[in-house]
Design a protein around this ligand. Structure first.
Ligand SMILES: Cc1cc2nc3c(=O)[nH]c(=O)nc-3n(C[C@H](O)[C@H](O)[C@H](O)COP(=O)(O)OP(=O)(O)OC[C@H]3O[C@@H](n4cnc5c(N)ncnc54)[C@H](O)[C@@H]3O)c2cc1C
Length: 458
């Protein structure tokens, strides 16, 4: 019979044997996305969590944070694309950056799958997950939209739109077919929110200037049509702002069609309810929808945004935090049930709160809820035209333009980028705008699905 009783007791060593040192693993905080919310929250986490307290990992497909409110000015050829892109590494220190999309998350195993641009995948473990993947262009099930509609949610799309409209002008100049010329000189923008309104207003100026330089074109033949299902311009913002923006659009010659929906998009036309507009350009700016990643988590969502409490934490999983456009956070300044708006203003301000609460969950400091009163909105219509309601005081014309540009300069989170944007604005005032297509992207790369990687989740 064998058993403990039969074992011979080992001889005691003369010298004490050193005990093996336990391996202390630092918890990993995984931040997803390097936009307004993701880059800022990572920066704050570096400050709040001592280096030996946690490893911080940022997973993001690009090495930059894009200052999206100025994308229409990139499309209009006013700003250089790189000037509104803030390098992640210029802001961050010890954070490990993984240049990849997070394609899926296994909350039970606390792992995430990374998808690199070349198709390679990798798995990463985390102890805290901070989700800030933002939103993407909201598309509808409209025939032809996926093939022919162009979004304006990232730099690649803004560069493509600029190039595309300039190419259309060249082709209009080139053709002897007057119907084709008219179609190529017609540009349709769907969505009269701030993005669509800025695009139509600013690109009308750009394309008329460019047309004036082409020998066979009359700038007056350039048409921009802005349409929306809603019954007014800037439907999400105050009525007075919408009225003032509509006046500027009218003065500039933009055709505004309200209360109208798109039925079909084809390569050379867009079919609106009751009307066909021949054109080769449809900029789709009809709102955004949260990153599809949020719906794959198995946690409650509201209109695709991950439900979080006022501390930006998922109530069903205390290891998960979310902020920015992809989070459904309660707005404590408004009636119960109201969510914070999907704006840069909220994304930036949620970042320090989320970082503080993640740190608190790891034993560093105390948590606090997010609360911020909206400061109003600015809409740059190009030149000296803008509308703005800072602190809910409606402005237009020069005062609004000054407030708008000042607001952007203060909000760009990098002194270098502020200087570059300022120099672009100054140079645009004194030099002729460079209006030649670069033709560096193919049309296939510029579909919304391709440019925004909407179909990688599964
Ligand atoms: C043209 C335009 C104009 C705008 N103008 C204004 C304005 O004037 N004022 C205002 O307040 N707001 C404005 N907005 C809205 C504002 O840009 C957003 O509210 C803000 O960007 C939200 O910040 P975010 O960090 O949540 O998302 P984003 O800034 O969009 O950042 C998301 C980040 O996540 C990354 N990402 C996406 N998916 C994944 C993934 N699966 N894995 C890893 N990373 C991922 C993206 O690459 C990006 O880095 C504008 C938006 C647009 C498009």
């Amino acid at each position: 019979m064998s058993g403990d009783d039969d074992r011979t007791a080992p001889a005691l060593p003369d010298e004490p044997v050193p005990l093996a040192q336990p391996v202390v693993r630092r918890p990993t905080v995984l931040v997803v996305g390097s936009g307004f919310a993701g880059l800022k929250v990572t920066e704050h986490l570096e400050r709040l969590l001592p280096a030996d307290a946690a490893e911080i990992v940022l997973a993001t497909p690009t090495g930059v944070m894009v200052y999206t409110p100025l994308l229409p000015q990139v499309a209009a050829g006013i700003l250089e694309p790189r000037h509104i892109a803030i390098a992640n590494r210029a802001v961050l220190g010890r954070t490990r950056i993984r240049l990849a999309h997070v394609r899926s998350v296994d909350l039970a195993a606390r792992t995430a799958t990374l998808l690199h641009q070349n198709g390679d995948t990798a798995t990463i473990s985390f102890d805290r997950l901070v989700l800030a993947p933002g939103a993407q262009t909201r598309t509808l099930d409209i025939p032809g939209l996926a093939e022919h509609g162009r979004g304006l949610k990232n730099l690649a799309e803004a560069i493509y739109v600029r190039d595309h409209v300039l190419r259309e002008l060249e082709r209009a100049n080139d053709t002897d077919d007057l119907d084709e010329r008219r179609a190529r000189l017609t540009f349709v923008v769907v969505g009269a929110g701030y993005t669509g309104t800025e695009v139509a207003a600013q690109l009308m100026r750009t394309t008329r200037r460019a047309a004036a330089r082409l020998p066979r074109l009359d700038p007056a033949d350039v048409r921009w049509v802005l349409c929306d299902q809603a019954d007014r311009v800037l439907p999400g913002l105050s009525e007075s702002l919408g009225r003032k923006a509509a006046t500027v659009l009218k003065r500039r010659g933009v055709e505004v069609r309200l209360g109208i929906s798109v039925e079909r998009v084809e390569a050379d036309r867009v079919v609106l309810a009751g009307e066909t507009v021949r054109c080769h350009t449809v900029v789709w700016a009809a709102g955004v929808t949260p990153s599809p990643l949020m719906a794959t988590l198995g946690l409650p969502t509201e209109e695709g945004r991950l439900v979080v409490d006022a501390c930006l934490r998922a109530p069903q999983d205390e290891h998960v935090f979310a902020l920015g456009d992809a989070a459904a956070a309660p707005d404590l300044t408004k009636p119960k049930g109201t969510l914070t708006g999907q704006t840069a203003q909220h994304a930036i301000r949620q970042a320090p709160v989320a970082a503080r609460n993640v740190a608190a969950s790891l034993g560093h400091g105390t948590a606090r809820p997010y609360k911020h009163h909206d400061l109003g909105f600015v809409v740059d219509l190009g030149g000296l035209s803008a509308v703005a309601d800072p602190l809910h005081l409606t402005l237009s014309g020069l005062p609004a333009a000054a407030v708008t540009r000042g607001y952007h300069l203060l909000s760009i989170p990098s002194i270098g980028s502020r200087l570059r944007v300022t120099s672009d604005w100054l140079l645009d005032g004194i030099l002729p705008r460079q209006l030649a297509p670069l033709s560096v992207q193919s049309a296939g790369d510029a579909t919304i699905a391709q440019a925004e990687s909407t179909q990688i989740y599964g």
